[in-house]
Design a protein around this ligand. Structure first.
Ligand code: BG6
Length: 369
């Protein structure tokens, strides 16, 4: 049941603090140590991994891109992220020291399942991150890390995405802690911070009114661009996908630094551009780079909405609108910055009278290749 909400999607967005809390529960100690029991893969197997390949489709693949930043930083293991349907057609290099991480809410997406089968044939170790218990992808993997978001009914993923990002971070922190990380203290500190993230997601949801007002302002938009840098880049891709899926508006996500290499030609008077701004306090260098991208957009008449940290006193000088989210460590920020983008897409769809639970042409899980 929708529990009195206008749609399953609204209900599921509001369940995000709980989805993340359950995914974390019992997996992070109060000291910040991460334990992943019952994965079905031995620690000795994880200890010999020298490469990680993430395979997934759609929203799940953007979560996978966030895993790359975390695993490479904390574990110093090279990570590739591939769309599952591209993966086996490029003759990827896989062996027994490759960990393939297959991310799927349903656990039934055929493209992802075929990638899992291919990886196992090649002798790789496959860990799936699935939300549905007993799914095909989970059964056919060597091990499974469940996200505990609960059933997701709306076709476009919201709470399962945040739970996937959480699981990806848990995996990265776990590998870093038991393999030994040069950033050991950081991994414990971030794990402790992750325990507090559900409350910050709640605070972000509590600010929905402001985002809905923005959605109403942009009701007539025919194109919206999303840009981000570092983990803000996959968040931008997810924001654009949500807007396409729910509101049928042309949207594209770009890496902020890539804009000047082509897409900036799209910017003209009034073009809405949503910018995911990195934390000023945690990464002033990245922040400065994104500020200069905002200035490039503004100079060409673009209309900039920044999603930025509460404490960011600089961004308001440049952006037309600021949506503030609570401050967090850079790698945790996607768990917060994604939320206003989901609310924005759902709000715009509602403005247009569209069915957010069952968008046209889409299915919850695509079981054909
Ligand atoms: C798509 C859905 O077809 O499949 C997306 O519309 C989803 O919302 C993607 O992200 C992957 O699904 P799953 O179940 O493998 O995570």
């Amino acid at each position: 049941s929708k529990g009195g909400h206008a749609s399953f999607m609204v209900k599921e967005m509001l369940e995000q603090p709980e989805a993340v809390r359950r995914t974390i529960q019992d997996r992070i100690g109060i000291d910040g140590s991460v334990r992943l029991d019952g994965l079905g893969i031995e620690e000795s197997t994880f200890a010999r991994i020298n490469k990680v390949v993430v395979v997934a489709c759609g929203t799940a693949s953007y979560g996978g891109q966030i895993a790359k930043y975390a695993i490479e930083r904390w574990c110093r293991i090279p990570v590739e992220v591939d769309l599952a349907h591209e993966f086996r057609y490029r003759t990827p290099l896989l062996d027994a020291r490759t960990l393939v991480v297959a991310i799927s809410q349903s656990g039934e997406t055929m493209d992802t399942l075929m990638a899992v089968r291919y990886a196992r044939e090649q002798g790789a170790v496959v860990l799936s991150i699935c939300n549905t218990q007993g799914s095909t992808i989970a059964r056919e993997s060597n091990g499974v890390l469940h996200t505990l978001a609960g059933p997701e009914i709306a076709v476009a993923s919201t709470k399962a995405f945040l739970a996937q990002v959480t699981a990806n971070l848990l995996l990265a922190l776990y590998l870093a802690q038991f393999r030994g990380s040069a950033l050991r203290e950081e991994t414990f500190a971030v794990a402790k911070e992750l325990r507090r993230i559900p409350d910050l997601i709640q605070r972000t949801l509590d600010r929905a009114g402001r985002v809905n007002a923005l959605a109403a302002d942009l009701r007539e938009a025919t194109s919206v661009l999303f840009i981000g840098r570092h983990v803000g880049f996959p968040v931008a891709l997810e924001g654009a996908l949500k807007l396409k899926e729910l509101a049928y508006i042309h949207a594209e996500g770009f890496a902020a630094g890539e804009l000047k290499h082509g897409a900036i030609a799209l910017i003209d008077q009034g073009q809405p551009v949503i910018v995911i701004v990195p934390s000023l306090r945690h990464s002033s260098l990245l922040h400065a780079k994104v500020m200069s991208t905002i200035q490039e957009v503004k100079a060409r008449g673009g209309w900039v909405v920044a999603v930025a940290d509460d404490g960011d006193g600089v961004v308001a000088e440049w952006a037309d609108e600021v949506i503030a989210v609570p401050e967090s460590s850079p790698l945790l920020a996607p768990l917060l910055t994604t939320v206003p983008l989901q609310l924005f897409a759902a709000g715009l769809a509602a403005e247009k009278g569209l069915d957010v639970d069952q968008p046209r042409n889409l299915a919850k899980s695509v079981t054909v290749e």
